[in-house]
Design a protein around this ligand. Structure first.
Ligand code: GH3
Ligand code: MG
Ligand code: MG
Length: 321
């Protein structure tokens, strides 16, 4: 608990310090002028670190910069705004009282002060400050927890990439954006080939590890900030590609297919080559008022079905509609 006493009178600072020490306040700082106080508060070098001060007792009548002006300047610094300031003055007039509160002071004591009154006022201000600090800390913790929760709620637990929910939201958002911008919009739907036999042969844990590797490989290949790779469900993944035409989406899909094959994850029971492969369906649409975003998924699903029927480990593009 540290308290800063600002007063140009040495005897008054001494008096206050003695009184406060007797009352149990041990950590006392003193300044003989407003500039000296600014220095202690780190206001000279624009430091954003808030000094560890819980209360300022600020004299009003001081040469150079008076207490009211000093109070205004301290309150103008964001990192110092929450330090309560009690004005100390020899003149108890309404004008000073008004100016003090306008400047941001929380309370006001008149010299020569009544010791008990001063201590009671200080104690209630400090209690208020503690309560405010506690609430700020709780708010901060809540914000951190909320951010984590939001991140978790949009993340797939197994693979760490975006989940279905995040995909649905992104698709809708990007669909509307593409509608406004009248731009082409592509989607790749991808499904791991013969994954049931993979699980049956290598076990479910190996299946999980395989999905993680596949997800990472996809994520690494999709680099534009607006693009999104998500787990669509089971061993199916989806890539959202705003402002992308059929040709570029097809090129990316083929790259993804090659990347998965080049992971060289052994798959003895595969119907294609003896490593894990995938099939991909690509669809491209220019959104219109009559179309819904799900039609893009349906088109990609049709293309994926054709890729499966065509022998797997391949890309089929529905072309632009
Ligand atoms: P196709 O080549 O036609 O895609 O055949 P497939 O065997 O891959 O397709 P099918 O839909 O018959 O099987 C999908 C399998 O994926 C079945 C399911 O057990 C497995 N699977 C789905 N999600 C997970 C998962 O999270 N972990 C593991 N290990 N397996 C999963
Ligand atoms: Mg499937
Ligand atoms: Mg499959």
């Amino acid at each position: 608990m540290s308290i800063l006493i600002v007063d140009d009178s040495l005897s008054l600072r001494f008096l206050l310090a003695t009184l406060l020490k007797k009352a149990g306040y041990k950590d006392l700082l003193q300044a003989e002028s407003a500039p000296a106080a600014f220095k202690i508060l780190g206001m000279e070098n624009n430091s954003s670190a808030s000094p560890d001060i819980d209360l300022i007792l600020l004299d009003i009548m001081m040469p150079e910069i008076n207490g009211i002006e000093a109070c205004k300047r301290i309150k103008a610094v964001e990192s110092l705004q929450d330090i309560p300031i009690i004005m100390v003055t020899g003149k108890a007039d309404n004008e000073n009282l008004e100016l003090s509160f306008e400047a941001g002071a929380i309370d006001y004591v008149v010299k020569p002060f009544n010791k008990t009154e001063l201590l009671v006022r200080m104690s209630s201000v400090l209690k208020l400050k503690q309560e405010m600090d506690r609430r700020k800390e709780v708010t901060k913790q809540l914000e951190v927890a909320n951010r984590k929760l939001k991140l978790l709620s949009s993340m797939d637990g197994l693979t760490g990439i975006a989940n279905r929910r995040h995909f649905d939201e992104t698709l809708e958002k990007e669909w509307r954006r593409a509608l406004r911008a009248e731009s082409k919009f592509s989607l790749i739907l991808m499904d791991v080939d013969s994954f049931k036999p993979y699980n049956d042969h290598y076990g479910h844990q190996a299946g999980d590890d395989c999905l993680k590797k596949v997800a990472q490989a996809l994520q690494a290949e999709v680099k534009r900030p607006a693009d999104l790779v998500a787990r669509y469900g089971g061993e199916e993944f989806v890539v959202v590609l705003p402002e992308t035409d059929s040709m570029h989406a097809g090129i990316l899909a083929e790259k993804l297919r090659e990347q998965i094959e080049s992971l060289q994850i052994p798959h003895e029971k595969s119907q294609t080559v003896p490593v894990v492969t995938c099939s991909l369906g690509v669809a491209t649409l220019k959104p219109t008022q009559d179309l819904q975003s799900k039609s893009l998924v349906e088109e990609a699903d049709k293309a994926l079905y054709l890729a499966k029927r065509g022998g797997r480990n391949r890309v089929v593009s529905e072309g632009e509609k």
